[in-house]
Write a protein that binds this ligand. Structure first.
Ligand code: GDP
Ligand code: CA
Length: 304
């Protein structure tokens, strides 16, 4: 079965990794959010793309879910000592990625090409694509005004109350080369358990149309996000965070929905939306969990 998966960072990367353990590499394409990308210390940083690639390559830090394993922080510590910005932590190994990405972008290479080259260097066999090669920047509208995504997410630790989101540049952004084709040739499109507001929505705004059966996996378990601000965002936008809220979020494009066994109480309500449903253990604590959930999702997608 040919699968195209949409992913943000931490949650998306885990399921993408599970899928990569089961599918032949030519049958898996992962389209990754770049709305979180930003410039810092003069470098082009693509946090979600790096999380997905590090995870697929086995280079990710298993504790944090972001950044690299066996990381050291010499450059960062010395930047801090010089009075440089210390709110965004960059490890030494990670810095190499940003330095080299920035250099190649300056040479005029598109982000998708650079990502392909990095994947080759890291022995990543499935196809990983940024959603677009042009800059899209997620802006968070908060009670304290509009904040650039990393300013909100890292610098302000998601504290300001959210009122809405804007994806700067999205109207002129074309999907990265290969993204449309991957969506068209897929048997199913899987929305990984990523943040619906700031990881999946920006990708959907860029790709616009999906004509293949969509299966989404809920990032909300028992009314809470496993990690990050997804539940807080729902609450601040006046929506009770739940697997049901996620299904409603995607209802116009959803064919199947995977929620956690803890959320079986919502099965009937989701079914009444004419969406097929599967309950599973969706918490991915280790690699076995990732593979098992991926297998469940693939079986389910195959049955639709
Ligand atoms: P980010 O870009 O790093 O914030 O990552 P994503 O948007 O891809 O993932 C964040 C979402 O993943 C959060 O809403 C979490 O609730 C969800 N998430 C993280 N780990 C898991 C997991 O093991 N299972 C499920 N179902 N969701 C998860
Ligand atoms: Ca992200």
């Amino acid at each position: 079965m040919k699968i195209t998966a949409l992913a943000g960072g931490v949650g998306g990367a885990k399921l993408a990794h599970g899928l990569s353990l089961i599918l032949p590499p030519e049958d898996l394409t992962v389209i990754v959010n770049t709305g979180d990308d930003f410039e810092h210390l003069g470098l082009n940083i693509s946090p979600d793309l790096d999380t997905v690639c590090y995870t697929l390559a086995g280079l990710a830090n298993p504790e944090t879910g972001w950044g690299r394993v066996n990381e050291s922080w010499n450059a960062f510590a010395n930047i801090e000592k010089l009075g440089g910005p210390a709110w965004f932590r960059l490890g030494d190994r990670d810095l190499a990625t940003h330095l080299e990405r920035t250099r190649r972008l300056k040479e005029g290479k598109p982000l998708s090409q650079i990502t392909k080259e990095f994947c080759e260097a890291w022995n990543i066999n499935p196809t990983v694509l940024p959603m677009t090669d042009s800059p899209v920047r997620t802006m968070v509208e908060t009670e304290e005004g509009e904040l650039a995504f990393q300013e909100y997410f890292v610098h302000r630790r998601c504290e300001p109350r959210v009122k809405g989101f804007r994806f700067d540049g999205v109207d002129v952004a074309e999907p990265a080369p290969g993204a449309k084709e991957a969506l068209q040739s897929a048997d199913a499109v899987i929305f990984c358990p990523s943040n619906p507001w700031v990881s999946i929505d920006p990708i959907l705004r860029v790709v616009k149309q999906i004509n293949k059966p969509v299966v989404a996996v809920s990032p909300i378990i028992g009314g809470e996000a496993v990690k990050g601000p997804a539940a807080k965002m729902y609450r601040e936008l006046g929506i009770e965070p739940s697997a049901l809220a996620v299904a409603e979020h995607y209802r116009t494009i959803l064919k199947g929905f995977v929620l956690d066994n803890a959320d079986r109480a919502f099965i009937e309500q989701v079914e009444s939306m004419k969406v097929k449903i599967r309950a599973a253990d969706t918490l991915m604590k280790n690699v076995e969990d990732r593979a098992r959930l991926a297998q469940d999702v693939l079986h389910f997608a195959g049955s639709l």
